[in-house]
Design a protein around this ligand. Structure first.
Ligand SMILES: C[S@@+](CC[C@H](N)C(=O)[O-])C[C@H]1O[C@@H](n2cnc3c(N)ncnc32)[C@H](O)[C@@H]1O
Length: 263
C-alpha cells in the first residue's frame, strides 16, 4: 500500500466521502490517501493544496461553506474530534493579528485570537500539524512563504508553525510594484485583499477559480499548502493510516519513498 498524490489540478474535484472518518478512505482499488483535517477551512484555499499533495481532505468551519470543494462539517474547530486523522491543518482567523486591526482602536479586541487554543489542542492530539497565519501572529518558530516563491502574480506573505521540520524556497526579490487593494494598475501585481479587482486577475494570481471575493481574500494560495503538504506526506508511514512516528530516528528508518506529482 502506498500514498499516490494525485496530479489533478482540477479546481472543483469530486468532494471526498464525508462522514467516513474512522475507516480508511479508498479512492480506487490501489490508492489510499492519508487523511487531513482542514480546520477553519473557509472555501478551501489550503484544502485544495492539501488535496493536490495527496491528502483526503475534510474541512471544518463555524460558518456554512457552500463552495468548499471537499467533505465539510459546520462547527467550532476547537470542539472537533481529531482522532482518525493523519494530519491537521489550522488557519485560525487572522484579524486579531493583521496590520489593519492596528489601525482603529478596539478593533483588535473585537476579534479574539484563537491561535493559543488551537496550538494547545493540536499538541494534546500529538500528530503532525501546521498552523497558518499572517505575518506578526504569535506562531512558534514559523517559516514564511511568499507568492513570488511560486511564481504567483501576487506577493502574499503567510507564516506557518509546525511540529514537523519544514523547508522553504529562496525568497525572490520583490521586483514588481504592487497596486493598492482594489486599485490595480497595469504593470503592477495585484493585492488580494479588501475589495480587490479585477476578480479574474485576483483569482488567477491565487490559483483559485471557485470562490467569491470574500472567500478569496481570506485564503492562502493552494500552491502554499501543496508545497508544505508534500513535506508532511513524506513523514507519514504508508500503509499505517493515522500513524505518526514522533520519534525522528524511527521516521528515518521507516520512511518509504513517496511518488510525488510534478506541477
Ligand atoms: C482565514 S479563514 C481560513 C482560510 C482558509 N484556510 C483558506 O485558505 O481558504 C478563517 C476561517 O475561520 C472561520 N472560523 C472562525 N472562528 C471559527 C471557529 N471557532 N471554528 C471554526 N471556524 C472558525 C471563519 O469562518 C473563516 O472562514
Amino acid at each position: 500500500m502506498s500514498f499516490h498524490p494525485e496530479t489533478s489540478t482540477l479546481a472543483n474535484p469530486e468532494p471526498s466521502q464525508a462522514g467516513q472518518r474512522g475507516s480508511l478512505s479508498v479512492t480506487d482499488c490501489s490508492t489510499v490517501r492519508p487523511r487531513a483535517l482542514d480546520l477553519f477551512c473557509c472555501a478551501g484555499g489550503a484544502g485544495m493544496g492539501l488535496h493536490r499533495a495527496g491528502f483526503d481532505v475534510h474541512g471544518v468551519d463555524i460558518a456554512p461553506q457552500p463552495n468548499y470543494p471537499f467533505g465539510f462539517t459546520q462547527g467550532d474547530a476547537l470542539a472537533q474530534d481529531l482522532s482518525g486523522y493523519d494530519f491537521v491543518w489550522a488557519s485560525p482567523p487572522c484579524q486579531h493579528h493583521s496590520r489593519m486591526s492596528g489601525c482603529r482602536e478596539g478593533l483588535r479586541d473585537k476579534y479574539p485570537s484563537l491561535i493559543a487554543a488551537t496550538r494547545a489542542k493540536l499538541k494534546a492530539w500529538g500528530g503532525p500539524y501546521i498552523i497558518e497565519n499572517v505575518v506578526g501572529a504569535p506562531l512558534e518558530n514559523p517559516v514564511m512563504l511568499c507568492g513570488a516563491m511560486f511564481g504567483l502574480a501576487t506577493y502574499r506573505h503567510r507564516i506557518f508553525e509546525s511540529n514537523v521540520a519544514l523547508t522553504v524556497p529562496p525568497h525572490p526579490k520583490h521586483s514588481t510594484p504592487t497596486s493598492k487593494a482594489g486599485h490595480w494598475k497595469p504593470g503592477t501585481l495585484i493585492s488580494v485583499a479588501g475589495n480587490c479587482a479585477p476578480m479574474s486577475m485576483a483569482r488567477e494570481a491565487m490559483g483559485m477559480d471557485w470562490t467569491t471575493r470574500a472567500e478569496l481574500v481570506e485564503a492562502i494560495p493552494p500552491a502554499f499548502s501543496l508545497f508544505l503538504g508534500r513535506q508532511i506526506i513524506q513523514t507519514l508511514t504508508p500503509g499505517q493510516s493515522n500513524t505518526y512516528l514522533a520519534n525522528a530516528e524511527q521516521q528515518k528508518e521507516q520512511r518509504r519513498p513517496v511518488h510525488l506529482p510534478h506541477v
